[in-house]
Design a protein around this ligand. Structure first.
Ligand code: CMX
Length: 134
């Protein structure tokens, strides 16, 4: 697949209101966007640390993947997202190589991206997101 860079690091938090001041007042970063992604049942907040984007994820529903993650493993790093050229084709390729897909087709993510997840049980414990601009 044609993977170019890390698009963002996803971090699960219980509350954006509580977590954002840490990133802004302690680390000195600026939250430049807040967006709800209904499909993923999260509210997201974005920061840039140099070239690297951070995405804070607050669950909007107790049954959402992020709510379950926090319940089971606590707040913390939730996923790593890579930019690829052609998510659909990349999914076919990794599936052929035996990787378990969470999403068989790309779906809409924050910031106008098409996204799809690979299961952490077949990616050495890292929930992996493949994404591209629509
Ligand atoms: N990173 C690493 N491992 C994880 C994980 C994560 N983020 N989330 C769950 N796991 C682990 C669980 O701890 C569990 O491990 P054990 O069996 O050793 O305890 C295992 O994966 C499977 O867990 P599960 O109970 O079968 O499945 P869950 O119901 O916990 O769902 C997952 C896990 C990854 C399939 C689900 O969270 C999912 O579909 N995620 C993709 C969508 C998503 O995360 N959306 C939110 C972000 C949206 C965005 O960025 O816009």
């Amino acid at each position: 697949m044609n993977l170019s860079h890390i698009e963002h690091i996803g971090i699960a938090v219980k509350s954006l209101d509580e977590a954002i001041p840490y990133y802004e007042n302690v680390l000195g970063l600026k939250c430049y966007a807040i967006e709800e992604v209904a499909d993923q049942k999260v509210k997201t907040a974005f920061f840039k640390a140099g070239q690297t984007k951070l995405e804070l994820l607050e669950p909007t529903d107790p049954e959402s993947p992020v709510a379950k993650f926090i319940e089971k493993r606590g707040e913390g790093i939730h996923h790593l997202a890579f930019t690829v050229d052609g998510v659909e084709q990349a999914l076919e390729e990794v599936a052929e190589k035996g990787v378990r897909l969470i999403d068989k087709k790309p779906r809409p993510g924050a910031e106008g991206l098409n996204i799809a997840f690979l299961h952490p049980k077949s990616t050495f414990g890292v929930l992996t997101e493949l994404c591209e601009k629509k």
